[in-house]
Design a protein around this ligand. Structure first.
Ligand SMILES: [Fe+2]
Length: 266
């Protein structure tokens, strides 16, 4: 598509559905006011966005008010203003895998994506000791766990050995697109590239917390060798939004965009 370019602007790509954001105002460490959220969605609309998943942090210790009911109430109160920008919004959640989540997780009333894809995260400083058992429980109960920004977890090595073991127990990965621009540091960038080149991502998101990150998105350029793989992730986002991604074809997603012949990083 861009045969002579060594890099491609992210804004030139067909990124119409964002899998991950903190644009729902006043509920977490993302946007604080409806006005700012509306401003963000207008700017995202200007660079082509049409669909936004709102995925506030769900972590009782840090955000005790963020119950599914409360988040739905906040969404109901500002949905019309948010969508007046022309960007359609849906509510979901980014679930922290904390100590007692297996006892407290409301499987019958949780904030999953359309076809029971569930966005989960861990601390950047240490691995959740129960990540594997929780992922097992989710899969057993018909959910499809999606681990947010695996490239950002400092305790996972560039060898990807640990991450591959988590992918192998039916966990999908979501790329923070800004990781490819080095906006979270060189280590996250290198790991993002490696995970992408191994075909281990399924979805892509902005994880947007601020207006400044929209400027970063506008300046982001992708290496040409990564464009096809990111396009596949963009397509998966689209399928999820449109309801065409079902449990039946979801398993094929982890293999999509796989690049051959890439060596494991030392
Ligand atoms: Fe997030």
């Amino acid at each position: 598509m861009w045969p002579f370019k060594t890099s491609v602007r992210f804004t030139e790509m067909d990124f119409r559905t964002d899998f991950h954001s903190h644009v729902l105002p006043g509920v977490d460490d993302g946007f604080r006011s409806v006005d700012k959220s509306v401003e963000a969605l207008k700017r995202l609309k200007d660079i082509g966005l049409e669909h936004q998943f709102l995925t506030p942090h769900i972590y009782p210790e840090l955000y005790p008010d963020n119950t599914p009911m409360q988040i739905r109430n906040v969404f109901d109160s500002c949905r019309a203003e948010l969508e007046s920008t022309g960007v359609a919004c849906r509510i979901a959640g980014e679930h922290m895998v904390y100590e007692s989540i297996e006892d407290e997780f409301p499987a019958s009333d949780c904030l999953s994506m359309g076809q029971d894809f569930l966005l989960i995260e861990m601390s950047y400083a240490f691995e959740s000791h129960n990540i594997r058992s929780f992922v097992f429980d989710l899969n057993t109960n018909g959910f499809h766990p999606v681990l947010a920004h695996p490239e950002r977890y400092n305790y996972y090595s560039r060898s990807l050995v640990e991450l591959k073991s988590i992918a192998d127990i039916d966990t999908r990965f979501q790329l923070n697109i800004l990781s490819l621009g080095g906006f979270y540091g060189n280590m996250a960038k290198e790991k993002a590239e490696a995970i992408l080149e191994h075909g281990l991502y399924t979805f892509v998101g902005t994880d947007l917390h601020s207006l400044a990150q929209i400027d970063q998105l506008k300046s982001l350029r992708l290496q040409r060798k990564h464009v096809a793989a990111v396009e596949k992730l963009i397509e998966n986002n689209e399928l999820l939004w449109s309801g065409e991604l079902s449990a039946g074809n979801a398993n094929a997603l982890s293999d999509s965009g796989k690049t051959k012949g890439i060596k494991w990083l030392a």
